[in-house]
Design a protein around this ligand. Structure first.
Ligand code: SAH
Length: 383
């Protein structure tokens, strides 16, 4: 392969890539050709010209190249088919593609599937793609073509999240999660339209919900609430700042024939709601958006987790349960646990861990790319 632009590393700066970490940082680069455009495919070489891998370049980025291969091979149709077929096979083994009970999962989890910059979710035959790099945006036609080949007749459509199609401003379908039904709107929804990563935790909440008065803070489209109501919850309150999300939550309750009288939605800032309400609950779910997107915000995020968890504890009856989550990648499971511990100390409440929770297997983490770990949580019992 001689046709690709070549980017040369400094001496001894190829070690991370040799250990299959797919990011080449700008500080490792000795030389790159002029005129590179964002998302160009480049070959990365050592000073002796031997090849480290091939990937997408971001000419000014601190992550300068996202490597898609650690060998000298072209990113041709065979490459995309191979990677996507491997990703699909893995989800098939998990029973997430063709099973009757669950028809939504993450099909491609970026680096965890050897495809840095590419997120794609499976919604009952629809694949909704969320490109996280210019290179992947430019590769969309190749990705779509390969998905069509790999999935064959099972593929009903490929979509890019947030992008209306020619036919309509909306785009969506209904999926099932452990037999429960949810609407997904990949045009107006957040991310790809649904938070598939909480699937197993929603079921867990359902299994504890019988007779409980539940607060679902940061509820989005009511995923936890539908599982709680189906599990026999006495009352469920959804709090979210997005009115659209709450409208979807109401629709999802109806879709499953659940008792709307036991479900209430509150459009509010969840922190403010927790500060001001005097109500108590038997079971509280806290699933906020990432409080820290960068390392620089980590300390503030930990303090925010501490505060919001302390507020949640205040509203739990003795013996109550708290399902608390963090999806901030820079807040490690240990740091999150520390924040929750601090909240317990602040409130003077003895707290026991019942379950340690983590992202599900359709969100695999490459051992060589620990940055792929982001979702963690605890199911806690509070005295
Ligand atoms: N638990 C949900 C996913 C939550 S995503 C599920 O299982 O599907 C985080 C949610 O927090 C989003 O719906 C977003 O609208 C909401 N949100 C963000 N900031 C908020 C705030 N300050 N107060 C209340 N909700 C907020």
């Amino acid at each position: 392969m001689t046709d690709l632009p070549v980017l040369t590393l400094k001496p001894d700066r190829s070690r991370a890539a040799e250990r299959r970490h797919p990011w080449i940082f700008s500080r490792a680069v000795a030389d790159q050709p002029a005129g590179l455009e964002a998302g160009d495919v480049v070959r990365v070489v050592r000073p002796d010209r031997t090849c480290v891998g091939v990937g997408h370049v971001e000419p000014m980025g601190s992550i300068r190249v996202r490597l898609l291969t650690f060998t000298d091979r072209p990113l041709d149709a065979a490459f995309w088919q191979e990677r996507l077929a491997t990703a699909v096979r893995l989800r098939e083994r998990m029973g997430l593609i063709d099973g009757p009970e669950t028809t939504a999962c993450r099909l491609v989890h970026g680096e965890g599937d050897g495809l840095p910059g590419l997120i794609a979710d499976w919604y009952d035959g629809h694949v909704v793609i969320e490109p996280h790099s210019t290179g992947m945006t430019r590769a969309l036609p190749a990705v779509r073509e390969a998905l069509a080949t790999v999935l064959g007749a099972r593929l009903r459509g490929t979509h890019v999240s947030g992008t209306p199609t020619a036919e309509s401003e909306t785009g969506g379908c209904e999926v099932r999660e452990f037999g429960l039904r949810f609407g997904v709107d990949w045009v107006r929804g957040q991310k790809t339209g649904f938070y598939v990563d909480q699937r197993e935790h929603r079921r867990l909440v359902g299994s504890y919900a019988a007779g409980q008065r539940v607060l679902n803070a940061f509820s989005y489209s009511g995923g936890f609430s539908v599982h709680a109501l189906a599990g026999g919850a006495a009352a469920v309150t959804d709090v979210d700042s997005s009115r659209q999300a709450l409208a979807w939550a109401n629709e999802n309750v109806q879709r499953n024939g659940l008792d709307a009288a036991r479900h209430r939605t509150v459009a509010a800032d969840a922190l403010r709601y927790l500060r001001e309400t005097e109500e108590t609950f038997d079971l509280v779910i806290l699933d906020p958006p990432a409080f820290a997107k960068h390392l620089s915000a980590r300390h503030a995020a930990i303090q925010a987790y501490r505060r919001v968890n302390a507020m949640a504890l205040r509203h739990l009856v003795p013996g109550g349960l708290l399902f608390t989550f963090s999806c901030s990648q820079v807040v490690t499971p240990d740091l999150f646990r520390g924040a929750v511990l601090a909240a317990g100390i602040d409130e003077g409440r003895p707290v026991r861990i019942l379950h340690q929770l983590h992202q599900p297997p359709d969100h695999p983490i490459s051992l060589f790319h620990p940055e792929g770990e982001y979702l963690k949580g605890f199911a806690l019992e509070v005295e």
